[in-house]
Every structure is written in structure tokens, then in C-alpha cells.
Design a protein around this ligand. Sequence first.
Ligand SMILES: [Zn+2]
Length: 128
Amino acid sequence: MGSSSAGKLVDMGDIKQIGARWGQVTSTYRSPAHNRRVGGVANSYHLSNRAIDIARRPGVSHSQIAAAFRGAGYSLAESLDEGDHSHFAFGRPNRRSSPVRARMVAVAAGEKTEWRIVYAPASSGAGN
Ligand SMILES: [Zn+2]
């Protein structure tokens, strides 16, 4: 519980399998161009293939998925309820030269978040 485990290595194959239990995995790795197109932040974890977006099935809550990832031993660097999907990033916070910018982080508390990101419908197959 309170133990600060470092979390296990990021295994996106495993992570996708876990995510698929809760909904449709809509995004993992993004190229810089793709990331820009969908309005992702410049240092998005999607760029380093350490993030996943999951369009939740009806009845599935963001916190349920977060708990599943934590239960599988992953440490969540980001856990965002983006309204129509959940975004998770794994591993330690980015250690780039530039500090991580302040972002609005939605804590899943059953409340609707006000902010949104531009989200282009992902055509399947690109980048997998
Ligand atoms: Zn995302």
C-alpha cells in the first residue's frame, strides 16, 4: 500500500492487454507529427511509447483501470480522465531538460472534467 515500489518495467504489450479488458485501446505510440496533430503536449509520454489511451466501455470507471494497472505492478506517471477516454503514462516522470509543464490533472472522483484536448479519430493500423 504505502510502500514506494519503483514499479516494474514498462511493457506496452502487457499494458495493452490490461487496457483491452476495460475498453478499446485507441492510442499508444505517436510520432511527433501525429502527436502535434492530436494536440498532445510536446513531451507527451506517447512519444516514447509509455502512454496508452483507452476508450472505456460503458460502466467502466477511470479509477477501475488505474487500479488494474497499479495492481499489475505498474507505477503511473500520469493518470488522466479525459472524458471520452482514459490516459495513462507509465514509469518515472520524464527527466528531460525542460521541466514538465503544469497540466490539469483530473482525479477520478466521479466528476466531469471541464478541460478537453483535441482528439482526432484514430484510424486503425497507423503506427502499430
Ligand atoms: Zn493519451
